[in-house]
Write a protein of this length. Structure first.
Length: 67
């Protein structure tokens, strides 16, 4: 899991990129609280071959990336 709440782009995307490069997970959960981060992480994940689902949880977003 990557918890990037409280951070603004490009940090959340960089954290996800690092995790994907290091561990190549089949599934990864990402928590963010910035709509821009949702869009940028979704774009990166799609380009990296992941399916992305987004759930809004109060002021936070839970992104689930699956290969």
């Amino acid at each position: 899991m990557v918890d990037a709440r409280g951070l603004v782009c490009p940090m959340p995307v960089a954290m996800v990129q690092k995790e994907v490069k290091k561990n190549a997970p089949a599934e990864l959960t990402v928590l963010v609280d910035d709509k821009c981060a949702v869009e940028n992480i979704s774009r990166f994940a799609s380009n990296a071959g992941y399916e992305v689902s987004v759930e809004k949880e109060g002021t936070d977003y839970r992104l689930t990336l699956k290969k």
